[in-house]
Design a protein around this ligand. Structure first.
Ligand SMILES: CCCCCCCCCCCCCCCCCC(=O)SCCNC(=O)CCNC(=O)[C@H](O)C(C)(C)COP(=O)(O)OP(=O)(O)OC[C@H]1O[C@@H](n2cnc3c(N)ncnc32)[C@H](O)[C@@H]1OP(=O)(O)O
Ligand SMILES: Cc1cc2nc3c(=O)[nH]c(=O)nc-3n(C[C@H](O)[C@H](O)[C@H](O)COP(=O)(O)OP(=O)(O)OC[C@H]3O[C@@H](n4cnc5c(N)ncnc54)[C@H](O)[C@@H]3O)c2cc1C
Length: 697
């Protein structure tokens, strides 16, 4: 029936094709023309961005494999937006367990399995098992504990969640309330939720999937509180999947998006777990109740899994924004709207300056974040190697860099998806565009794994401390090392004399560096003034100035992001035409960052009005120069139609046919009269039924 309906509508469209206006252009022709006029080869750039031809080939192989399954077929993927929470939950788990099976049989490597899940973009109840439960045991369990838990977790004999956040506290980790009281007589911990606010609330997979969790609880021995520690805790029976005695567990209900995942709650009534359930790589409790705390440099070891995930989130942000911009740029290149006279060729909406000024800087941000993601994961890998050799010296720098970058990257990606959606007009509001779901399931990233404001304030704390160190004549290393020259920097003025000057890397770097230095110096001064010459990192001095401090951290992270982008393009193995386009993109990125907060550069007289006008002029010229490469730039992300799952973003540009087919094929169109006809509409609208009803009165 659905198929018939679809065929009929398509036939109608074909029949009426002789009636089209003279200026009509087929969308596919528009995309073909866009590709023809690009200045570089998107295939070659895609190889560089994705890390080699093998990566791209491997990905297409994985997509073919997915398409040959019932759970990963194109039809299954495109039907997802019509499904209920329960369906999505089961579908997510089917896909994850099937992928797990392939991995265990040796048909997929661990990396293949992760990539397959990314391609499928169907999060499930096992995501936290992979990304937080297993890694926490790997990094915080001792050898014996790893040998006991990891084989079971990897074989999926148990499944885990990461239970840290509680109803009353997510941000303030030190304030969590669940207790783990040691009972020396039985050599057990008693895990208990002492208040409503202490109920674990939010952990992914905890609601209906997990049999176990990493339980973050305060360790109490002989009434002494030793603060937060991780425990591996069983919550469900392995035969029946029912909660164990003393455990109340469930799903927290529908969310803004991400609804296939069973984020859960967990309430514990004095549940006993063995002493060796406490992960003891860093801190230990002996059978007779002696506590050995972690060494000073491992003091923040309990926070380790969060740092790892923040690195992943930075890596993910650029690719998510790449998906959104691919959809929006391709669509706005085929979408034509308005001509002076009816019947003339209408303009591609991407040629309106307002759209180019929205979308092209977002394309630049996606590139910047992809390069930043690579740099962050390289940095994290180096830290892992050092950590495994017992050296944690790089953790403080890694934490402050990733905290600020997690905030900047997820804010940029989330806001960018929504801007892409709006840029697509009415069709952007349709779920068939792929953008509403992408936004709804992505925007959580500005909150989870450390709310972005809070993360920015961690970076701000470090910047203020660095300013303090410089003032006291101490050296500052790492990403804030530029503050070493704050004194000289604050006397500098912008050197721009002509619009073209804004294009040079030195000028843009200098302006972004000046802005970050100025804001750090101002933030430092502000806190000194409020503290009467002393800096307080808590209390009213700090809490009453967080707007300025967050802004300061953002300026710092933007500087790091931009310089990493510029350096990465400089070092990348690119053909000359692609390099030329990317150099322009780097410039657009820097200019867009400056234009967003231009007032900062006026505050201390760094910039003059004529220089600001030149910046706007040069940015506008750059939009025109980059416009012919817009489609090639998004094609270069190399994102397959399968993964885009969007009627608007499809690579052949056949958008309108795709919309019609997807709309007419859906469940609500299963019957011509619609599901409400018989019971609801018919008694009102059908004259015979009305007559019958009246005669019964
Ligand atoms: C194509 C690629 C795509 C790949 C696909 C990948 C897809 C990704 C998939 C990922 C799936 C995972 C989904 C994740 C789901 C969400 C899970 C959660 O939310 S779980 C729940 C997540 N929950 C959260 O994130 C909670 C957020 N809250 C917190 O993290 C903390 O409470 C706090 C950091 C805000 C404060 O902590 P507090 O203890 O009060 O600390 P103070 O402020 O007093 O500062 C004292 C000192 O400590 C220092 N320091 C601090 N942290 C760290 C660290 N980590 N380390 C080192 N140091 C650290 C700090 O710098 C300072 O140093 P100094 O200045 O003295 O030298
Ligand atoms: C989809 C999703 C999945 C999640 N998955 C997990 C999981 O698997 N495991 C888990 O343990 N947790 C999980 N969480 C919880 C998540 O980590 C927390 O929601 C997050 O850390 C924010 O904490 P909160 O909710 O307490 O926000 P709050 O801290 O209550 O934030 C409320 C507001 O107050 C502001 N604020 C709070 N403190 C400060 C401060 N010190 N300074 C300035 N502003 C402040 C914030 O910026 C925010 O605007 C998940 C959350 C979501 C949304």
């Amino acid at each position: 029936m659905v198929r018939e309906h679809c065929d009929r509508t398509t036939a109608l469209v074909n029949e009426s094709s002789q009636l089209v206006l003279a200026g009509h252009v087929e969308p596919q022709d528009d995309l073909r023309a866009e590709r023809k006029r690009a200045s570089f080869s998107s295939q070659e750039l895609a190889v560089v961005l994705n890390g080699g031809t093998e990566v791209l080939q491997r990905r297409s192989r994985l997509i073919s494999q997915l398409q040959s399954t019932s759970w990963g077929s194109q039809a299954a993927v495109s039907q997802r937006c019509f499904h209920s929470r329960e369906q999505l939950h089961v579908e997510g788990l089917v896909a994850q367990t099937e992928i797990w099976k392939l991995m265990q049989s040796g048909a997929l490597s661990q990396q293949d399995a992760k990539d397959m899940e990314t391609l499928l973009t169907l999060p499930g109840g096992l995501t936290l098992h992979q990304y937080m439960f297993i890694p926490t045991i790997e990094t915080q369990g001792d050898e014996e504990q790893q040998a006991y838990w990891l084989p079971k977790a990897r074989a999926l004999e148990i499944t885990g969640a990461y239970a840290q956040t509680e109803m009353g506290h997510g941000t303030f980790v030190r304030g969590l309330e669940t207790t783990a009281t040691y009972d020396r007589a039985s050599e057990e911990f008693i895990i208990h939720s002492p208040a409503l606010s202490s109920i674990k609330w939010w952990p992914g997979g905890l609601g209906k999937t997990a049999t176990h969790c990493i339980m973050l609880a305060r360790l109490i021995i002989n009434s002494k509180d030793h603060g937060l520690h991780p425990f591996v805790m069983q919550i469900r029976d392995l035969h029946t999947h029912l909660p164990l005695a003393g455990v109340r567990v469930g799903d927290i209900g529908p969310k803004f998006g991400y609804n296939g995942v069973d984020n859960g709650y967990l309430m514990l009534d004095r549940v006993r777990i063995p002493r060796r359930a406490m992960l003891m790589r860093h801190a230990r409790v002996t059978p007779d109740g002696h506590y050995f705390p972690p060494s000073a440099e491992n003091a923040k070891a309990t926070y380790g899994t969060m740092v790892a995930i923040r690195a992943l989130l930075v890596d993910e942000a650029g690719w998510v924004l790449a998906r959104a911009t691919t959809i929006a740029v391709r669509y706005t290149a085929i979408r034509r709207q308005t001509s002076e006279r009816v019947g003339d060729k209408e303009l591609q909406v991407l040629d309106y300056q307002n759209l180019a000024a929205t979308l092209l800087p977002l394309v630049a941000s996606a590139y910047a974040l992809i390069f930043m993601g690579k740099a962050s994961s390289d940095m994290y890998k180096r830290f892992e190697q050092d950590r495994d050799a017992g050296n944690l010296a790089s953790l403080p720098e890694l934490h402050v860099l990733l905290a600020g970058m997690k905030a900047l990257s997820t804010w940029t990606a989330a806001d960018g998806i929504e801007a892409c959606r709006r840029g697509c007009g009415g069709h952007g509001y349709s779920a068939l565009s792929g953008l509403p779901d992408l936004y709804a399931s992505y925007v959580q990233n500005v909150t989870l794994e450390g709310d972005n404001n809070v993360m920015s304030l961690q970076t701000a704390r470090h910047l203020v401390k660095s300013q303090e160190a410089v003032a006291k004549g101490r050296r500052v290393e790492g990403s804030a090392a530029y503050l070493q020259r704050a004194e000289q920097e604050l006397h500098r003025k912008c050197s721009v004399q002509a619009p073209q000057d804004w294009q040079t890397a030195e000028v843009l770097d200098a302006a972004l560096r000046h802005r970050a230095t100025y804001l750090a110096a101002e933030g430092h001064k502000l806190l000194l003034r409020h503290g009467g010459g002393k800096i307080n990192f808590a209390g009213p001095d700090w809490n009453g100035n967080t707007v300025q401090l967050i802004h300061m951290a953002q300026a710092h992270s933007q500087l790091v992001l931009h310089t990493t982008f510029a350096q990465s393009v400089h070092q990348a193995d690119l053909e000359p035409a692609a390099r030329a386009a990317l150099i322009k993109l780097v410039a657009l990125h820097g200019m867009s960052l400056l234009l967003r907060d231009l007032q900062d550069l006026f505050m201390d007289g760094y910039l003059q009005a004529f220089q600001a006008q030149m910046l706007v002029q040069r940015r506008n010229e750059l939009l025109l120069e980059l416009r012919p490469d817009a489609v090639a730039l998004v094609d270069s992300f190399g994102i397959a139609d399968y993964q885009l799952n969007s009627c608007l973003g499809r690579s052949d540009g056949d958008v309108y046919r795709a919309l019609l087919e997807a709309a007419s094929g859906q469940q609500l169109n299963k019957t011509e009269e619609g599901p409400a006809w018989n019971a609801v509409l018919k008694p009102w609208l059908d004259p015979a039924s009305r007559q019958q009803a009246r005669s019964k009165l």
